[in-house]
Design a protein around this ligand. Structure first.
Ligand code: C2E
Ligand code: CA
Ligand code: CA
Length: 495
């Protein structure tokens, strides 16, 4: 029964002793007192309910409406605009360099700044406009009527004014993307997506500016939509293939293991690299199926090479999205059991982003996999902030030094020193290091001198399909161990 319903029911059951009757009588009858108590309780409950409703719709930091309430309102406003043939503009606003501010001044300053931005937006909004905080450093505004370009320009100017936080003047600025109903999109979901695309375009142009959804973005959207449909079809059609890149032993240049990398053999566009489809697959929730397909096919080849003594182990990449599934490790162990690959020959490469999102869940997955003999490698090490924390607190067997560090190792003495001390620290913790993206001899020599035991990169071999990998493995195995630096490409031929 709703609160209004309760009121009606109470009023009906107490028709005989109305409020005026109660006031007139000297002694309050029992039932009337009960009625009063109930009335007070209902009033209190209703006030609480209103507060809860308001809180559920409000962002606690800024007091603006939150994403849920904002989206609901967008739908309502578009419905109303359809009836009145009116125009509605959606602006999405993203602060520039907010992460930098948070990292340098701390989270508390970051919060103060977000609250201040909220206040500014609210103060500037016209009566019919709705301002919201969508989450993080993302805000949005709905406005009706013409003049979207002027409004967007004003928003950029407003947020470019300096702010005073802890007595310091800061002006990170903001970027704005705008899409207009009904010109750009006829529906709220599309309008949001198009405003986001426009925002992305503003960011790509350096930020502190606004962009509208335009013909170029419309074409891009169409191309993307087609690619999405094709990707859904590609997985069952077997167009996702495992490719393999060797990892060599720094002492003698022999291939000791391989990393499996996904490739999409697109019927018209040819071979596509993960950059062209992995982020999209993550957004569409398809990455799990891609990882499964790569795993099943990759294990088949790798199991045969392990069995033949050509490699010790094989490494697969898993998406941070998969790792957030509490059943991930159990499912992976189940799938592994269906292949001929021994668990001890499997390495799972995970990125630090995931580890830090949920340390307890990461630990559970890692321990479950470790218990079966599966190794864990921390991928892209040296790109984030808290790598060392993850490394110290989790049972990780291997660390992959990121290409961004390796590419400077021969150019910048400080990077060489940093890498040497990272190698030292990892060894002290009993963790093995693989240097990724080794592209020339100079890098390889420095890394080997610093004690790096495993390397991977174009200097040794690019990723290749299974048949070529097998040939390279056999060649590597047949060749007498030597110093790997001598023209490694001639030994590990690839096309
Ligand atoms: P990653 O795990 O860091 O993989 C290494 C990437 O560096 C690969 O790019 C590899 O081709 C490239 N690389 C290796 N050596 C060199 C070098 O010497 N120089 C340069 N410039 N690049 C080198 P790729 O294959 O394009 O993969 C990119 C990323 O896509 C991977 O980065 C990984 O994060 C992701 N990925 C690849 N396969 C899968 C997969 O099956 N599942 C998931 N979830 N992600 C995958
Ligand atoms: Ca990797
Ligand atoms: Ca990597």
């Amino acid at each position: 029964m709703s609160f209004n319903g309760v009121f009606t029911w109470l009023a009906l059951t107490h028709r005989k002793s109305s409020f005026s009757d109660l006031r007139r009588s000297d002694t309050v009858p029992d039932s009337a007192q009960k009625f009063n108590e109930l009335l007070a309780r209902v009033t209190q409950l209703e006030a609480e309910r209103n507060l809860t409703l308001r809180l559920a719709q409000t962002d606690s930091l800024t007091g603006l409406v939150n994403r849920g309430a904002f989206t609901a309102s967008l739908y309502e406003r578009l419905d109303a605009a359809a009836t009145d043939s009116a125009q509605v503009s959606l602006f999405v606003i993203d602060l520039d360099r907010f992460k930098h501010l948070n990292d340098t001044l701390g989270h508390h300053a970051g919060d103060l700044f977000l609250a201040e931005v909220g206040e500014r937006l609210r103060g500037d909004a016209r009566p019919h406009e709705l301002v919201a905080r969508l989450g993080g450093d993302e805000f949005a505004l709905i406005s009706s009527g013409p003049g979207a370009a002027d409004r967007a320009r004003r928003l950029v100017e407003l947020l470019a004014q300096p702010h005073l936080i802890y007595g310091r003047q800061i002006s990170p600025g903001a970027s704005v993307g705008v899409a207009v109903y009904p010109d750009d999109a006829a529906e709220a979901g599309d309008l949001q997506r198009f405003a986001d695309m426009a925002l992305y375009s503003a960011k790509m142009q350096g930020g502190r500016r606004w962009s509208a959804f335009d013909a170029e973005l419309r074409d891009e959207n169409r191309r993307r939509r087609t690619l999405e449909d094709e990707l859904r079809r590609a997985i069952p059609a077997g167009e996702i293939e495992p490719w393999f890149q060797p990892v060599v032993d720094a002492k003698n240049g022999q291939i000791v293991s391989v990393e499996v990398l996904a490739r999409w053999r697109h019927p018209e566009q040819g071979l596509l690299l993960p950059g062209a489809f992995v982020p999209m697959a993550e957004e569409l929730g398809l990455i799990g199926r891609i990882d499964e397909a790569v795993f099943a096919a990759g294990c088949q080849s790798a199991a045969a090479w392990v069995e033949a003594g050509l490699i010790e182990s094989v490494a697969f990449n898993v998406s941070p999205h998969d790792l957030l599934d509490p059943a991930f490790s159990r499912k992976l162990i189940g799938r592994l059991a269906q292949t001929a690959l021994p668990a001890t020959a499997l390495t799972v490469e995970i990125t630090e982003t995931f580890l830090l999102q949920d340390l307890a869940l990461s630990r559970r997955h890692i321990e479950r996999l470790n218990a079966k003999g599966v190794h864990i490698a921390l991928d892209d090490f040296g790109t984030g902030y808290s790598n060392l924390r993850a490394l110290m607190h989790l049972p990780i067997q291997t660390v992959k030094l990121d290409r961004s560090l390796i590419c400077d190792v021969a150019k910048d003495g400080r990077v060489a020193k940093l890498v040497a001390s990272m190698l030292h620290a990892a060894h002290a913790l009993g963790v093995r290091i693989v240097a990724e993206g080794v592209e020339d001899e100079a890098q390889a020599i420095i890394l080997r001198a610093a004690g790096c035991e495993r390397m991977q990169g174009y200097w040794f071999a690019r990723p290749m399909p299974a048949d070529q990998m097998e040939t390279a493995l056999r060649a590597s195995h047949a060749a007498a161990p030597s110093t790997f630096i001598q023209e490694p490409r001639r030994r590990y031929a690839y096309s």
